[in-house]
Each structure stands twice: as C-alpha cells, then as structure tokens.
Design a protein around this ligand. Sequence first.
Ligand code: PMP
Length: 406
Amino acid sequence: MFDIQEIRSQFSILDQHVNSKQLVYLDNAATSQKPNSVLEVCHKYYTELNANVHRGIHTLSQLATEEMEIARRKVQKFINAKYDFEVIFTKGTTEGLNLIAYILTQKLKKDDEIIISYLEHHSNIVPWQLLCERTGAKLRVIPIDEEGVLQLDYLDKFLNEKTKIVSVNQVSNALGIINPIEEIIAKTRKNTNAYIVIDGAQSAPHFTIDVQKLDCDFFVFSGHKMYAPMGTGILYGKQEILEDLPPFHGGGEMISTCSFDGTTYAGLPFKYEAGTPNVGGNIALGAAVDFIYKVGQDNIQIHENNLLEYAQKKLLEIENIKIYGEKAKRTGVVSFNLEGVGISSDVGMILDKLGIAVRTGHHCTQPIMDYFNIAGTVRASFAVYNTLGEIDLLVEGVKKAQRMLS
Ligand code: PMP
C-alpha cells in the first residue's frame, strides 16, 4: 500500500512554513530531504557508536566498522554488484568521476578519445577535460536534437580504436531525459575496449540499478540525492579493473605496508578509501537504501511518473510556456521557461515567496543551455513525498509569476 501521507510524515522538514507559506519542496534533483529513519541512524551513530573504523581493537571501533560494512553490503545489493569490495564509499558523484578520470591517466595517450554527451553535468565534463590536458587525449561529444535527445548515430561515428572511455549519465539532471545507456554500452562493447562510466546521480534515486546486467565498468552516484546525508556517495567499479588501476588518494587505510623504501597497497575496497571515511554518513546511506526498499522501488517509480505526467499536463495549459525535452522520455524533472517573461531566477524568486522551492539557472549544464540559447531554466524535480496538490500550487505560482513579470 502506497500511503503518501504516511510517507510525508517521515520527513519532518516538510512540515514547516517558508516565507509564511507551507513549504513545497521541488528541488530534489539538487538534493532530497532525509526521512526520520535516516536522521535517527545519524543521531544514534554520534550518540552511541562514534569511533574510527578499521584500525581499532576497542569495541566501539569494531561496532562502527561492522555497521559501515553492513551498509556497504546494502549498497552492493541495491546496485547488484557482484562483490561488496567493488563498492567504494566516496563523498559524491563528483568525487567518483574525478577519481576515475585520475586513475585512468596512465591508460591514455595523445590522440586517444573520450566520448561524453551534450547532456552531461559539469562533473562529467571537467574531469575528462583535465584528463585530456594531462594526456593529450581528445573529447568527443554526442550531440542532442531539439528535444534534448542524444543523437546516437554520432556515437556510431565516434566509436573507433582510439576510443578509450565512454562516460554518460543515465538521467540528465537539467532536463530529466532518460538516456539509452543499455544501447550505448552495447555499441561501445561491440566496437571498442573502452572503459564505460555511468553517472547515476539522477537515476539511483528513481530506478532499480543492476550494474552486472548493465555491464558498465564504473557506476557512480550521490547519497544525498537518494534520501541519505550529504557527503556520501558511491563508486562502483568492476573488480578486475579496480585491481588493475593505481590508487587515487594516498594516506591511511589504503596501504598494506608503508616504509621509506616504498608502499604496498591494501586490497579492495580500502585501496580507494584513503583517510577517515564519513562513517556515520555511510551507515545512514544504508538506512536510506532500507527506506527505498520499504517504500518499494516500483511504487516510487509509479508515483514519480504520475507526478511528472500531471506536472507536464498542467504546466502546458499555461500560455507561452516552453518545456525542454517535452516529448522525450523523462523522469522526475520538468524544466521550463516562460517565453518573453524575464529570466528563470525571477520566476524562482516569486515561487520562493510562495514557499515553493525550485532551482533556476544552468543546473551545472551550461552546454545544454548554450544549445537552447538560454541562460537557464526553471526546474521542478520530484521525490517520493511530493503530491499532486503541490504541483497544483506550483502551477498557480507559475501563473502568478507570469502575471507579475509580464
Ligand atoms: N551528475 C549529475 C547528473 C548530477 O545531477 C549531479 C548533481 N547535481 C552530479 C553529477 C554531481 O553530484 P554531487 O554534487 O553530489 O557530487
């Protein structure tokens, strides 16, 4: 049974007024709110369990280690990784992507090619540009059409023996477009030996993920977008690939032996987890996975699709509104502008006065904005606790903004 009021009651933060209006939180693609079960785990950790992991003989250290390793196994199951040591704790998608770009440095040489797409977040662009600067490799970018859909015939043209990395997101954060990653992976595998990286920041909160079925080499996502605390994230990498590649950060935890003559590295996952991890946050990420299971991934998807369909239908009743990617297959996001009426931040400010939190601007995807020749969009993005009633408030708010700004 999917009981939206029961779900909302688990998110105390939603029950408040902002600017004297009931809060309507529609900025979930930036970060989701956290259910009480996740907050309780954080509180319990710091009131009962706080200790550094993996290096203590004392009881608290052992308990904290055990809990963090339980969380790792929860994430392993969540993405269906073959082994728990293929699951590396990070502080988010950005760190995961930078880590991958760094450890692949030795595998690239001048004129090798890295394929990304026009739909990428800056964090799936800049680390590859830096890698190109280090190695002399070149970036190739799959273009989009006017609906924001990837033009995959370009992927066919781009794939060749120089292709060393293909890195794309599963869902675009700016437009909510779902990319055909299964097809992209199949084509890449068929034609190259390239490493395949999937940015799952916007898919992990909404979809069931199966990294073995996908057959990607890396899959990265952020905990804070899927009901877990900020500063948590996951890098999945295939065992043989992570074992073959060098470490990223050097420091404590990641060594097997260390002397002035040299250092040998720990096995997975510790080789990639230098320094003290976010133990409480990682344990709470496990609680966020529990929350998602308890609600049911199918229920989440059905509910969020209903929200998206309803939002799109209602917003399109407004004159002179442009929804980007209107006809594309999408999830969780509606990105729009009022044509001829101010800029997106003006609309966002008026909505904020009404207690409605949306994001405006370029959403860390300037190339998409350049393609559409706009400075930004208004983006409403949904999570499991949003309601159709909140969408009605959004639509009323947008109409009001249009009246005020005309
Ligand atoms: N990729 C995508 C698709 C995203 O939506 C985001 C967050 N907006 C990121 C990467 C970066 O995630 P984080 O800021 O959590 O590192």
